[in-house]
Every structure is written in structure tokens, then in C-alpha cells.
Write a protein that binds this ligand. Structure first.
Ligand code: DOR
Length: 444
């Protein structure tokens, strides 16, 4: 059993209100507002600090097995703990790919030995593995690359997509960039010469076509579908039109996500940051940034996740198009969003919901994502006034860099508990802690 912690006088962001109260973490669970006589192994005066549910990042790439020179389940989860992330859901484009139940179970075994925080793994779709997808149980859902990215996972044929949506029951998420459009753009630009070409190849049209196509599949098959990393104003419009067409919002089968880099970077950043902001989907224009913030604030986009996709600096420094797409973000995402709250771009309540309760609901995660009695003691204490500058040298990710290197942010996690255990004390991560496999509320 973990040691108990009495966190006194924290400003607690609860599901429907924010109150200053004490919280006891004991037996791995949350106990709100314990009796004044309650005692614990450790007492923490949290006056002036905010207590939030631990972040659930539903899109990370931890490269384990097979690509562990970039990241592994230990270093990726170490970055999580320092960033206030207590649960991650990881993507299947590892080596081997996670496209069978056997590979899924092997990854879960690997994580049990290496991961500091709680973990779950998607099963990846291929054009012909629908039987494996139907058998998979210990997973949040199915990931489809409807448009290729890092690795060779791709399901682009309509017939295969129809079959996956028709025959499987798990929630589906997808990387939405239209392969035909991307290839045609690349051919026209002779493969691309500079990083700016990346956003011309993986352009607005590519994202919108693929998102429209997958939403159409989800709606026809009434299959729960999550649009990963929305990057354009036009996709926000598609989502908004769909929600407006429903009699009741609870009838929706589609949810959507945005990443900090699509909120905060645009094509003007290529001159300064080059391949460090080369991502799939590509970063777009300032007008897209503005629409994405509005979509997040109005609820058209429900989830914030990172798509943490580390590559080594050496790999990134290759000339375009050899430079790989992806950037690390998991240890800075909460601070980036708290900083955005301090800048008045969004509210703390909106950020907390989008990083905790919303992903828990979408992926049917049991007992996590809320500061509620009896929920798992996955919590993070944040100091909204703490100023710190992101530094490459201080990054926990094995890749050892951040596109936000040198940027001062206000609002940082100062302590993280995972299953009631203090895994980050403000300076050090408890690298000996091991997280647990996420459980899902599902009838299967
Ligand atoms: O830029 C990206 N990199 N986008 C993805 O979807 C995959 C990721 C990776 O795995 O490197």
C-alpha cells in the first residue's frame, strides 16, 4: 500500500466546481474533504496551489519496442511524471507494430516492467487484420492511419475501412491526412525542398478530406470515432456542423482532439525552428490557430493531447524531406496549457476537462480523470504562478530537446501522484515506481 498524503487547503478543480479544501490520498484512492481529525504519513500545505486530476494523454509515441534510441517506455513515462501526466495511451507504430493481440500483450508486459505511470496501448489497423481487432480486449481502441505518417501503417482502401467500421466494436481513432492528396502535392513540389513545403504537401485539403471521409464512416456505421490532432479551421467547421445537426449532443459518435503545437505554432515558425516543428499533420496558419482555440473553448474539440513523437536531434537536423516528422511534448503540455490560462486564452476548468475527464470518458477509462471520492489517486499539484524556462538540458525525454527550449512559461506542475504514490516531488521523478495497466469500463 502506498504511504498516505494529506494535501491541505488546495484549490481543487472538481468535476463541476472549484473549491478550496483538503484531500486525503490513502489506499491509492482520493478522499475529498476528510474529517478535521484525519491524519496521514505526510501532510502538505497546498495553500495557494491548485490540485487537478492527473493528466491522461491519449496520444503518445514511446517507440518501445524497436525504436528505443528515440525514447522508451521508461524515459517516456519519466517525462509524463514530471509533466503531471499519470496515464498515457500509446500508439501502435513501434517495431514490430502493435497490430496483433500478441504484440499488444507483449507491449503491456514490457510496460509493466518499465513504466513509471499508468499505461494503455492502441491496437493498429492494417488492411487485413480485422479478426485481430475484433479479438483485442486489453486496449482503449483501434488506431487507423488513414494517411501514412512515421512508419508503414496505412489503411486507405475504402473496402478495408468499411469493414473495420462495420465489424469491430472498440472505439476507433485516426490520423486524418488524405494519402492521395499528400502524394499528389509531394509530386508537384518534387518531394519538397524546405520545411515550409511540408505544410504545402500536408496541406489543409489533405486534413479536411480525410477527416470528412472518416466522419462519414463513423456516422454511417454509428461507430464511436475520435479525430486525432485536428489542425485546421475547416475541420472545426465540419465538427461543428455535425454537432449542430444532432437532435441531442449525446447522440454524437464523433469526438476530437487538438495538440498544443497546433494551437501554438504556425507556418511562420518554420524560419525560426525548421524541422523542430515539422509534424504530421503539419502546422498551418495563424487563422487556424485562432479557430482551434475557439473550438477548444466552445467544446467543438473535447480533448487536448500531445502526439508526443520524439526523434533524436541528429535525425531532425537532416535536410527536408529526410528530416522525420514529430516533436516531444508530454512533459510540457500541462505547463503550456497553464501558461495559456494565465495569458487568458482559455480557462483552467476547460484545460482540466480536456486533459483529464474528456479522454477518460471517450476511452471508457475506469476510475480516473476526476477529483472524486473513491477515484484512483492520480493527481497533480500545480503552482499557477511558478515561472520556469523550458531547457533542452532539463528534458526527461530520451530525445533531449523541446521546440519550446528557451521559452518561459508561467504555471507548472510541482508534485505528481500516481496511484497514491508521489512520483514527482517538484525536482525528482521516482524512477522505481511502476504504474498499472489502465482498465476500461466496457461490456466485452
Ligand atoms: O509527426 C508525427 N509523428 N505524426 C504522427 O502522427 C506520427 C508521429 C511519429 O510517430 O513520429
Amino acid at each position: 500500500m502506498p504511504e498516505s498524503y494529506l494535501i491541505k487547503n488546495a484549490t481543487c478543480v472538481l468535476p463541476h466546481a472549484t473549491h478550496t479544501m483538503s484531500v486525503l490520498l490513502a489506499d491509492g484512492k482520493i478522499h475529498l474533504d476528510p474529517p478535521a481529525t484525519a491524519t496521514a504519513d505526510h501532510t502538505i500545505d497546498a495553500t495557494g496551489l491548485h490540485l487537478l486530476p492527473g493528466v491522461i494523454d491519449d496520444q503518445v509515441h514511446f517507440r518501445d519496442p524497436g525504436l528505443t534510441h528515440k525514447e522508451d517506455l521508461h524515459t517516456g513515462s519519466r517525462a509524463c511524471a514530471a509533466g503531471g501526466v499519470t496515464t498515457f495511451l500509446e500508439m501502435p507504430n513501434t517495431k514490430p507494430t502493435t497490430t496483433s493481440c500478441e504484440a499488444l500483450h507483449a507491449k503491456l508486459d514490457l510496460a509493466a516492467g518499465k513504466s513509471i505511470v499508468n499505461y494503455g496501448f492502441y491496437i493498429g489497423a492494417t488492411p487485413d487484420n480485422v479478426e485481430e481487432l475484433k479479438k483485442a480486449k486489453r486496449t482503449p481502441g483501434i488506431k487507423i492511419f488513414i494517411g501514412s505518417s512515421t512508419g508503414n501503417l496505412l489503411v486507405d482502401e475504402q473496402e478495408a475501412l468499411e469493414r473495420i467500421f462495420a465489424e469491430t466494436k472498440l472505439p476507433i481513432c485516426a490520423h486524418c491526412e488524405d494519402e492521395t492528396t499528400v502524394r499528389a502535392n509531394a509530386a508537384q513540389l518534387d518531394g519538397g525542398k524546405t520545411h515550409r513545403d511540408h505544410s504545402k504537401i500536408r496541406n489543409h485539403e489533405a486534413a479536411v478530406i480525410a477527416t470528412r471521409r472518416s466522419m462519414d464512416l463513423a456516422i454511417r456505421h454509428q461507430h464511436h470515432f475520435h479525430v486525432l490532432h485536428v489542425s485546421t479551421a475547416a475541420e472545426c467547421q465540419l465538427l461543428q456542423a455535425y454537432y449542430a445537426s444532432l437532435e441531442h449532443i449525446n447522440d454524437s459518435v464523433v469526438s476530437a482532439e487538438v495538440c498544443p503545437h497546433h494551437l501554438l505554432f504556425n507556418v511562420e515558425d518554420y524560419d525560426r525552428l525548421g524541422s523542430l516543428v515539422q509534424m504530421n499533420p503539419s502546422i498551418k496558419d495563424a487563422t487556424d490557430n485562432a479557430r482551434l482555440w475557439a473550438a477548444l473553448n466552445e467544446g467543438t474539440i473535447q480533448v487536448i493531447a500531445t502526439d508526443h513523437a520524439p526523434h533524436t536531434l541528429e535525425e531532425k537536423q537532416q535536410p527536408y524531406p529526410q528530416s522525420p516528422s514529430g516533436l516531444p511534448a508530454v512533459e510540457n503540455s500541462l505547463a503550456l496549457m497553464l501558461n495559456a490560462v494565465n495569458e487568458g486564452r482559455t480557462s483552467l476548468e476547460r484545460v482540466v476537462d480536456a486533459m483529464t475527464a474528456a479522454p477518460a470518458k471517450i476511452w471508457n477509462i475506469a476510475n480516473k480523470g476526476q477529483l472524486s471520492d473513491g477515484f484512483d489517486a492520480d493527481v497533480v499539484l500545480v503552482d499557477m504562478n511558478k515561472k520556469r524556462t523550458v531547457r533542452n538540458a532539463e528534458q526527461q525525454t530520451k530525445s533531449g530537446w523541446s521546440p519550446w527550449d528557451g521559452v518561459e512559461l508561467t504555471g507548472w506542475p510541482v508534485k505528481t501522484w500516481c496511484n497514491g504514490n508521489l512520483v514527482f516531488d517538484g525536482e525528482r521523478v521516482d524512477v522505481d515506481h511502476r504504474g498499472q495497466e489502465v482498465q476500461f469500463n466496457r461490456e466485452d
